[in-house]
Design a protein around this ligand. Structure first.
Ligand code: MN
Length: 490
């Protein structure tokens, strides 16, 4: 890619770019990396360019794109940060500095190293979320060209991508990047399984595609009749998510019915619901599989309606309904923020996804033990959510697998501490019950009730776990103090 090809590419991806700035960044990088090659044999310059293209696809602003072009300059050449600051100013220099600092960290298998790594990632994210967006794009391009590295390096990088970068992308709502990172990691970590799955899916592809087309054709006609303007597409589910489903449900691929999904894009919320009713009039829905993520967005702010219906031939088809705006949010996540607003530097500080980063940083201060923080992070990064109701009808979001005890701690720490029982949908249940979407949960408390060691086995959320541990630890200290006194020791 030469300069004019690069600029042309960026311009087709995003309007309103600061082209003179990007030309300067291109030339600066070309000069700094002059003579350096990637393992693939490509000039080093290309890596920055490809990283920039990925970020332009994600709508990022000119400063981020410029920084991405020169993101490895400080780490890999004799150019200093001061030179970058002199040439491009404070904002771009800070972005490059953030990316360089993350790059300096070696992700170690030792828990201590992992936690330190995460902590630095969080700190840089909290300062300027664009640093992590550059890092994600950088990682995506490295994953695309991973085959040129030594096997043990491939394994380490692919594992790290699956453990850290894909979940981070997911948490920031960047569905497109997350899926590609997962597919690539899966391909490198389990090449044989990947290929087998790919081939099996290919074998039944034609059959499946014709089914999807049939369904889509019927839908199109009915939606037109209903006066709903809709864009209907069929898409294959990703291999990694299919693989996860096979493992989770412990069933063979042949028993996984929804290898393909239909996606319907409409103009507004009202049309989403109207489309849903058209679908449910045509085919029988499977109630347990219905999800209303419009009323109850996921914690990464994902919104859509999901329904699975049985079409002729007893086949299951999953259908996702969303507006264009919800679609952009699902694909670009936090980056959708830069879609129409060149020059705006940070997303709304009230953005839940940014608040999450700040919350993690707080938690990190509280949990001094690295192993505990790591456990918290993993829980927090990977969990899917369910939604349950308080007796007053307020909605609470909890991780999948949560119990009434988690709910109690989510409402208030004291309610958790004194929880002696729970009613779900009006009936008394054991505290070990797993809550389901839509459950109405009521907690019974007693001032005599206190936390018990066994509770740690019941709760699923890191919040509840932490609180219970704190309580037990405090109790322990008090006890030692009392026995100490009894024995006359001080
Ligand atoms: Mn890089």
């Amino acid at each position: 890619m030469n300069l004019s090809e690069f600029i042309f590419k960026l311009e087709t991806l995003k309007a309103q770019l600061d082209i003179p700035l990007l030309i300067r960044a291109y030339q600066f990088s070309e000069k700094a990396h002059s003579g350096q090659m990637r393992k693939s044999g490509d000039p080093f310059l290309y890596h920055g360019l490809e990283t920039g293209v990925i970020l332009a696809e994600q709508n990022l602003d000119s400063a981020t794109l410029a920084a991405s072009l020169i993101h490895d300059v400080v780490e890999d050449t004799i150019v200093t940060l001061d030179q970058i600051k002199a040439e491009f100013g404070q904002e771009i220099a800070e972005l490059v500095d953030g990316v360089t600092k993350i790059g300096e960290l070696q992700f170690k298998s030792a828990e201590e190293g992992q936690v330190e790594y995460f902590r630095k990632l969080l700190v840089s994210m909290a300062r300027d979320i664009r640093v992590i967006l550059i890092k994600l794009a950088d990682r995506l391009h490295n994953m695309r060209t991973l085959q040129h590295l030594a096997p043990e390096k491939i394994h380490r990088i692919a594992q790290e991508t699956l453990d850290i970068y894909a979940p981070l992308a997911h948490r920031l709502g960047m569905g497109k990047i997350k899926e590609e990172l997962e597919e690539l990691s899966f391909r490198y970590l389990e090449p044989q399984t990947y290929q087998e799955l790919e081939q099996k899916i290919k074998a039944s592809k034609t059959e499946r595609e014709s089914l999807i087309k049939e369904v889509a054709d019927v839908l199109k006609k009915e939606l037109e009749k209903a006066g709903v303007k809709a864009e209907i597409t069929g898409r294959a589910k990703h291999l990694y998510s299919t693989y996860q489903k096979i493992k989770r449900q412990n069933v063979p691929l042949e028993k996984i019915y929804d290898l393909m999904a239909i996606r319907i894009l409409v103009e507004n919320d009202k049309d989403c619901y109207q489309t849903l009713s058209v679908i449910h009039n045509l085919w029988e829905p499977i109630p347990e599989r219905f999800r209303n993520y419009i009323d109850q967005p996921k914690n990464n702010l994902y919104q859509a309606l999901h329904t699975t219906v049985i079409v002729p031939g007893r086949q299951w088809v999953e259908i996702q309904i969303r507006t264009q705006q919800m679609h952009q949010a699902a694909e670009y996540g936090i980056a959708a923020h830069w879609l129409y607003k060149e020059g705006k530097k940070q997303p709304d500080p009230l953005d839940k996804r940014l608040a999450w980063i700040k919350e993690l940083l707080e938690m990190q201060k509280e949990l001094k033990n690295p192993a505990e923080f790591l456990e918290y992070l993993k829980l927090d990064l990977f969990q899917e959510d369910i939604y349950v109701f308080t007796p007053k009808g307020d909605l609470r979001q909890l991780p999948l697998g949560s119990t009434p005890l988690d709910f109690a701690f989510a409402v208030h720490t004291d309610i958790g501490y004194h929880c002696r029982g729970a009613k779900v949908n009006g009936k008394m249940v054991p505290l070990t019950t797993t809550l389901k979407n839509g459950d109405k949960v009521e907690i019974l408390t007693s001032s005599h009730q206190i936390p018990h060691q066994d509770w740690l086995k019941i709760v699923k959320t890191s919040r509840a776990k932490t609180r219970i541990k704190q309580w037990l630890k405090q109790k322990e200290t008090q006890k030692t103090a009392v026995t100490g006194k009894k024995n006359g020791k001080r």
